[in-house]
Every structure is written in C-alpha cells, then in structure tokens.
Design a protein around this ligand. Structure first.
Ligand code: ATP
Ligand code: MG
Length: 345
C-alpha cells in the first residue's frame, strides 16, 4: 500500500542559512524521526529552480550535492528505506508536467505571487520567465509524488495554496488525477508549530533571512566561520528602547534573537523569554545568542565534514530511479487526461 508522502526541498543557488536550517532542515529531520515507517519522505534539491534568478553556474552541480549533505548533517538518516533523496533535474517528469500545468494556470494569478513581486523588484533588469513560472514548477514537484505534507517556511505558503488551486482546477476538469496537498494551516499543525517559522534578517529584521541576499551581514551561513557568525550576531540590528521585549511589531530585531536562541537551544520560547524579557541586558543577551550560534556551527560543520560523496551518491541514484517510476505514473495520468496519450492500455 502506498504511504502518505511528506515532501520538501531547498534550492541550491546559494549557501544555506540558519533560516533554511531551522525552517526546512530541522522539521524534515524531526519528521523522519517521528513518522518514518508510516510516511514516505521525499527530500529533494530543486536544481531547476536554482537559476530562476542569476547564479554562478560553475558551482551549481557541486552546490546541489552539498545541499544534500546539509540534510544529512542536520540528522537525516540515509539508511531509512522510506526516505528518498533526489535531484529534480534527474526526473524529467518535473519539466514535462510543468508545461501541462502552465496551460491551466493564469497569468493573473501568477502575477499576484509575493515572491515573484519581491524578487522581480530586486533583479528588475533580468526578470526571467523562469522566475515567473517558479510556482508552477513547484506545483509539479508536489503533485508528481501525490504529496500531502509540505513542511516549508511561511514564505512558501502562497505557493502551496496556488498548487492546491491548480490541482483542484485540473481535477474538476479531468477527474481525480492529482492528490491535493493539505492547506497551509494543516501543514503548520502537522509540523507541530503554531505558525509558520520566519527567521529574520539580522540587518533588517522586518524581512526574512534569505540565502540569496547580497548583504552578508544579514544572514548566518551554515558554513560561516563560527567567529564571523558571532560578530554578525553581536552587530545585529536591535533597538534603543532599552528593555528586552518579545514584540515583533515594536522590537523585531531583539525578538528575532530571542527566537533564534529558543530554536537553537531546544528550549521553549517561554523559557527563553522568562530569562531575558524585562531586563536591560542587551549586550549580555547578544553574547549568549552569539555563543549558541557559534557552538551550533562548530558541531554542524564537524558533522558536515564527515559525509562523503560516495555515501550520498549511492542513495541518490537508487532514489532517483524509484522517483522516475512514481513521477512517470502521475505524468502519464495527466497526459491521458489532456489527450496526449491513449486512454486504452
Ligand atoms: P532564496 O533567497 O534563494 O529564495 P531562501 O533562503 O528563501 O533563499 P529557499 O530555497 O527559497 O531559501 O527555501 C528553502 C526552504 O527554507 C523553504 O522551506 C523555506 O520556507 C525555508 N526558509 C527560507 N528562509 C527562511 C527563513 N528566513 N525562516 C524560516 N524558513 C525559511
Ligand atoms: Mg526563498
């Protein structure tokens, strides 16, 4: 019997950040621990998504493998037979289904995507069709594997909703072709979180931390020298109110550091707040967060260094073969639906 699928991925355009670690790697690893056996886990690198904005292509192949290593360093168990790791471009059905879905997706709805609006603003001299089409490729990533649970950060919620819209529209027209992924509220409760997680930029805490940001001080990279990371935390933007409060509106900078402290230490937000909120110890608190981050990076990087290409490639190739089979079955259903293939066996 086929298992319910949990799916997540991370683009290999730039070095991943602490935001990616807490928003994507950690929940996936926790899910593997908690649900292995009951669910199938698809952990992939959307390498085709990686150059919707300009990148240095000479590093793409290597970065793709490295990103998979990050998952392993975050605790993903490669021996688990219900876990699959794969590269999007090694399964051609992703591109093929995208084209079919494109023809059932409206320019109007795509134009409303926040990520497109934000990123096309940043790269306004080179807004590509790839950037515009990003959510449709993401819909194909999800629908090909009949995935219901997509543990992602809050920034991707709109793309999950559009996936549901496209799939529902297609099913209404052609019958029961796609599994509809769960709505974002259910995704959040599946991850056992009250709300989507959004780690903020260290220099502008009203924005999220993003790996493609050109402001190096805004982000902690997982490969940052721990001492460099420590300095980034010490110089993170806070406020001049003088008292530490957990308040996203009035004090987003210090609130963001409280959030990072809780997530990295494994303590609850309430526990961390109980120690620092109401005090005036900005410097002492920042130093405690900086220590937490530096220690985390040292441990993480030691784990990363111990993972070999061979370990990874063995699992990758086996997974990709199985994924081509599953994705091919879904693609064929869609091809039959739109009349590209015969209904008769
Ligand atoms: P980019 O700037 O290239 O878009 P990104 O940092 O936003 O990079 P993505 O590859 O778009 O990373 O997203 C990978 C995963 O990391 C997704 O699940 C996304 O929700 C999650 N994620 C990204 N940024 C954050 C953040 N600041 N806080 C929590 N989760 C995040
Ligand atoms: Mg992003």
């Amino acid at each position: 019997m086929s298992k319910s699928v949990i799916l997540t991925g991370i683009r290999s355009n730039e070095e991943p950040t602490l935001g990616n670690y807490l928003g994507a790697f950690v929940p996936m690893v926790q899910m593997q621990k908690e649900y292995a056996g009951d669910y199938q886990i698809n952990m992939f690198v959307p390498d085709l998504h990686s150059f919707t904005t300009p990148i240095d292509h000479s590093g793409l192949y290597r970065n793709t493998l490295n990103n998979l290593k990050y998952f392993v360093a975050a605790g993903l168990d490669l021996k688990n037979p219900h876990t699959f790791i794969y590269r999007q471009s090694y399964i051609p059905a992703h591109s093929e289904l995208t084209w079919i879905l494109d023809c059932f997706t409206y320019v109007g709805e795509m134009s409303r995507m926040t990520q497109f609006k934000e990123k096309s603003g940043e790269h306004n001299d080179s807004v590509t069709m790839g950037l515009f089409n990003y959510p449709v490729l993401m819909a194909a990533d999800i629908l090909l594997y009949n995935a219901k649970h997509i543990p992602v950060g809050e920034d991707q919620f709109q793309h999950i909703e559009i996936t549901r819209d496209i799939a529902t529209r297609f099913n209404n027209k052609f019958g029961d072709i796609f599994t509809i992924p769960e709505a974002t509220q259910q995704q959040t409760s599946f991850m056992k979180r009250d709300a989507g997680l959004r780690i903020r930029s260290l220099t502008d805490p009203t924005k999220k931390m993003s790996k493609s940001s050109t402001d190096e001080k805004s982000k902690i990279l997982l490969i940052d020298d721990p001492e460099v990371a420590r300095k980034k935390i010490m110089s993170a933007t806070t406020d001049s109110i003088g008292v530490i409060n957990f308040d996203w509106e009035a004090q987003p900078g210090i609130t963001s550091l409280l959030q990072i402290k809780a997530h990295l230490s494994g303590k609850s937000q309430d526990e961390v707040n109980a120690q620092w909120v109401g005090t005036t110890k900005y410097g002492e608190f920042k130093a405690a967060v900086a220590d937490e981050v530096a220690t985390f990076l040292m441990d993480f990087q030691a784990r990363l260094a111990s993972i070999t290409d061979d370990q990874l490639l063995y699992k990758l190739e086996a997974s990709e073969q199985e994924m081509r089979r599953i994705a091919g079955e879904t693609l064929l259903r869609a091809q039959i639906a739109v009349g590209l293939r015969s209904k008769e066996k």
